[in-house]
Design a protein around this ligand. Structure first.
Ligand SMILES: C[S@@+](CC[C@H](N)C(=O)[O-])C[C@H]1O[C@@H](n2cnc3c(N)ncnc32)[C@H](O)[C@@H]1O
Length: 393
């Protein structure tokens, strides 16, 4: 039985309903109704083209969550799970933190680069001085020669101001692009766009036509900002992610049941240092209810110990790591949570062939006593320093 070690951080925000908040909600719903009337006209026009009956607000219920709202049709079969509100709230908090962390990392990288440039320049200046001095010594009228050499200096590529500007453009940190691979009504994608400052484009996918129609209706319903930031596509998420390698800073997987079939393409569609947010709701499988199925989906055999929920998280993390390793990538867990009826993990993904080799250090076999709750971990690998190996020889 393999499990992956991870760091778990906690942090979710309490949602308290104050009277003020309730008043705000009512205000929001009435303005949403106005928007919907305007939207109805769009619906009538669209439906004239498709031949479908026009939709009116009477056929819909408005559901508000956070800063976004969705229209749920009375006969609608598009997935909306009210109980996943905590999942969406938590993901928003993590995305916000990810964006500010990435900004800090980017600034640190720029200052490191600037320092490296400065250091790289210093020996060149010294060299120029030495060459100049030598010329001065070698020729009696060395003044002219030394001038020629020192005038050449600023022409080096590193001092070209145009090149500098070009590099500055590359140094800019672009707003993160987010992929909500399994979007259903688009509520999560809309909340990301409305509630996460500094977010870039949010792409919402679904392979179900009715879901994408609902998602597009909801994008319009949420106004111009949502229309600008959220785009939706009818697509198989696996194909879309495979054909968009290293394009997204954040990828969200929120499937029915197991995410296992999406992991291979998801780990490839994320940029270096990007974040994968992944839910698994097949808790019975992950917690040892059906060990063979768990092994076939996740590559680990679960135990039904008292720690089965923690083990479920570790199994999912190990599975993501194993998919990442196939592409010389590895994961760094940021937050791993078991709540309600699911587990959700947030991991950053990096590329490094040498770091990838450390994966066995993160994995263990678990020996569980059949008579009591005691268990023992046997790491799959251990690191031995080269000096140590030489001494043993
Ligand atoms: C649990 S729902 C998503 C809920 C949504 N993330 C939310 O927070 O409200 C899963 C969705 O994935 C879609 N789906 C399933 N397989 C898919 C695939 N291969 N490609 C794209 N979408 C898929 C389903 O149609 C369904 O709408």
């Amino acid at each position: 039985m393999l499990s992956l070690l991870f760091e778990a951080l906690t942090g979710s925000r309490a949602l308290l309903k104050s009277p003020l908040r309730r008043r705000e909600e009512l205000k929001w719903v009435s303005s949403a109704r106005e928007m919907c009337r305007a939207d109805e006209k769009i619906g009538v026009e669209d439906n004239h083209q498709t031949g479908d009956p026009p939709f009116g607000l009477s056929n819909f219920t408005v559901i508000k969550e956070g800063e976004a709202g969705i229209l749920v049709h009375h006969q609608n079969e598009v997935f909306y799970n009210k109980t996943q509100v905590n999942n969406r709230d938590m993901s928003i908090a993590v995305l916000r933190t990810f964006i500010s962390k990435r900004k800090q990392e980017h600034e640190a990288m720029l200052s490191r680069r600037a320092k490296a440039r400065k250091v790289a320049k210093e020996p060149a200046v010294k060299q120029a001085v030495t060459v100049t001095a030598m010329h001065n010594r070698e020729s009696n009228d060395g003044c002219e020669v030394s001038q020629e050499i020192s005038e050449d200096e600023p022409c080096s590529i590193s001092d070209d101001p145009a090149a500098g500007q070009e590099r500055e453009g590359q140094d800019e940190l672009k707003p993160p692009r987010v992929l909500e691979a399994l979007s259903a009504s688009g509520l999560r994608a809309l909340r990301y766009a409305c509630e996460v400052d500094g977010i870039g484009q949010v792409v919402a996918l679904d392979n179900d036509k009715a879901s994408i129609e609902a998602c597009r209706r909801n994008i319009k319903f949420n106004g111009s900002m949502a229309c600008l930031k959220v785009e939706s596509h009818l697509a198989d998420a696996r194909v879309y992610m495979l054909t968009h390698p290293k394009e997204f800073d954040a990828v969200d997987l929120d499937p029915y049941g197991s995410p296992s079939v999406f992991l291979d393409s998801a780990v490839q569609s994320i940029v270096d240092g990007g974040i994968l947010m992944c839910t698994a709701t097949d808790m019975a499988v992950l917690c040892g209810g059906n060990g063979e199925v768990c092994y076939s989906k996740y590559g680990s055999y679960p135990l039904r110990g008292k720690y089965c929920h923690e083990m479920a998280l570790r199994i999912l993390l190990a599975c993501i790591e194993s998919h990442a390793n196939r592409y010389k990538r590895y994961v760094v867990p940021v937050l791993s949570v078991q709540m309600d009826f699911y587990v959700r993990v947030f991991v950053r993904i990096y590329t490094s062939a040498s770091e990838m080799k450390n994966t066995p250090l993160k994995l263990s076999y678990v020996y569980q006593c059949t008579g009591c709750d005691s268990f023992h971990l046997q790491p799959v690998g251990r690191s031995v320093s080269k000096v140590h190996i030489l001494m043993l020889k």
